[in-house]
Ligand binder design. Structure first.
Ligand SMILES: [Zn+2]
Ligand SMILES: [Zn+2]
Length: 336
């Protein structure tokens, strides 16, 4: 069997022969049908995640069926379909003990601190797993944690959406954004989608976007016109290119939730504006097992996976290039 490896930063993913070791005492071996490809994988390749330990099998969007288990694993059995968090929490720190394991300072990320998803067989720690209900489509299984549960955390828990809230989603045509539109709808809000790709607009409307705005315009003015007072929540998934207009799209008391940062550069913060409007800016990272359970429930019927393309593992480097060129609408999956 072959798996994809990142051997050196800023170099291509290389396919090499790989046989996964037997699972550890608290681990299972998962057979995957698909694994997700995330923009974070590209940032990892470019060296933006310091905890990466090379060589590594990249990828953190993992799920599938358990085919082997270690001797201490009690809650999962061979044959169970599971979806994994993108990291293994320590289970002992104050964050883990209070159900906020997404903030665990000791967590180890798949595809960075330990081997990840670019392999048909993956050894996963039971602390990162949640069982998947039978109604959930197979394509949702790998992306449930990094995409759908992450959005539930950001919009539901951090953004504290209420029924009828207007939510502006930047980068709405990307793999995260297309699911964010559905999440806002599922939680009772009005999604406003921002995309720079004209060809993605129609698809965004089909997914439930009520309005689409363009970064070529001062879309903060468009958002004000649409909503009357401004957006209750902005889900910022782009970063420096959209941040200033996003902040100006908020209504008084509105919340800006930062989940993405495509180009890791600092942004300007107009402090006076934030004070005068009582706005808040919050980061939201990843998801917890509770979020993942909720995301899988919503994925039975309300949220469908939007898959831009299914590629072979050997085509992963072309896949990265297409993502960088914004040629993919929705998530890119590797099929095994
Ligand atoms: Zn991801
Ligand atoms: Zn912890």
């Amino acid at each position: 069997m072959q798996a994809g490896f990142l051997n050196k930063l800023n170099s291509e993913i290389i396919l090499e022969d790989y046989e996964p070791p037997e699972p550890g005492d608290n681990e299972v071996t998962i057979e995957q049908k698909y694994t997700g490809v995330c923009f974070r994988d590209i940032l990892t390749q470019q060296g933006f995640f310091p905890r990466v330990s090379l060589p590594v099998i990249p990828g953190h969007e993992i799920g599938g069926t358990i085919i082997k288990k270690g001797k201490n694993v009690k809650d999962f059995n061979i044959g169970d379909r599971v979806s994994s968090l993108i990291y293994v929490p320590c289970g002992k720190c104050e964050f883990c003990l209070s159900g906020n394991e997404n903030l665990c300072p000791n967590k180890v990320a798949y595809g960075e601190g330990r081997n990840g998803g670019y392999s048909r067989y993956v050894n996963a720690d039971e602390r990162s797993l949640v069982k998947v209900p039978p109604e959930v489509p197979e394509e949702t299984v790998p992306i449930a944690a990094c995409v759908i549960a992450m959005l539930y955390h950001a919009i539901g828990r951090v953004g504290k959406i209420k029924k009828g809230d207007y939510v502006l989603i930047t980068g709405a045509g990307g793999g995260v954004g297309v699911h964010a539109v559905q999440m806002v709808k599922a939680l009772g809000g009005h999604p406003i989608a921002e995309t720079g790709s004209k060809w993605k607009e129609e698809e965004l409307y089909k997914l439930g976007a009520e309005y689409v705005v363009s970064p070529e315009r001062e879309y903060n003015k468009d958002v004000k016109e649409i909503t009357g007072q401004g957006a209750d929540i902005v889900l910022e998934d782009v970063g420096i290119a959209t941040f200033s207009k996003s902040l100006r799209s908020l209504k008084t008391g509105g919340r800006l939730v930062v989940i993405g940062n495509l180009k890791p550069e600092p942004v300007e913060l107009p402090l006076g504006l934030i004070i005068l409007k009582g706005n808040s800016i919050k980061g939201s990272i990843s998801s917890t097992r509770d979020d993942l359970k909720k995301a899988l429930e919503l994925s039975k019927s309300q949220i469908s996976p939007v898959i831009g393309n299914k590629i072979e593992l050997q085509d992963i480097n072309d896949g990265y290039a297409n993502m960088l060129d914004r040629k993919v609408l929705g998530r890119l999956l590797i099929k095994f």
